[in-house]
Design a binder for this molecule. Structure first.
Ligand SMILES: [Zn+2]
Length: 113
């Protein structure tokens, strides 16, 4: 599963980070774009499974879903989209610039002391 490699990557970053050495991770905050291919529920599930037995075990994963926004290159109309295939709702042009919606980023981490 796609989410498993993402969860493993996040956990590796946390375990390898020198400033987090020896500290238990309590909360991990992520931003996931609406159009990213990550399913938050799947990511939470595999994250918990992969974290078992490490300093990340039991950490709460807080996932903020970032809305997907686009700007029409023909008329400048800015709007939110739910799906990667779309036309401008104002002028029906297909050339659009995606402003957000594909991100996947580790925002912050909380540790126990
Ligand atoms: Zn337009």
């Amino acid at each position: 599963m796609h989410e498993a490699s993402i969860a493993a990557g996040i956990i590796d970053r946390l375990l390898e980070h020198p400033q987090l050495a020896g500290r238990r991770i309590r909360v991990v905050r992520l931003k996931v774009g609406r159009l990213s291919t990550v399913v938050p529920e799947n990511l939470e599930f595999v994250f918990g499974a992969i974290a078992a037995g490490t300093r990340v075990e039991g950490a709460r994963l807080e996932i903020e879903v970032v809305p997907a926004r686009a700007v029409c290159l023909a008329c400048g109309h800015a709007f939110e989209i739910e799906d990667p295939i779309f036309l401008c709702p104002a002028c029906a042009a297909g050339r659009l610039r995606l402003e957000s919606g594909r991100e996947l980023s580790l925002e912050s981490v909380e540790t126990e002391d």
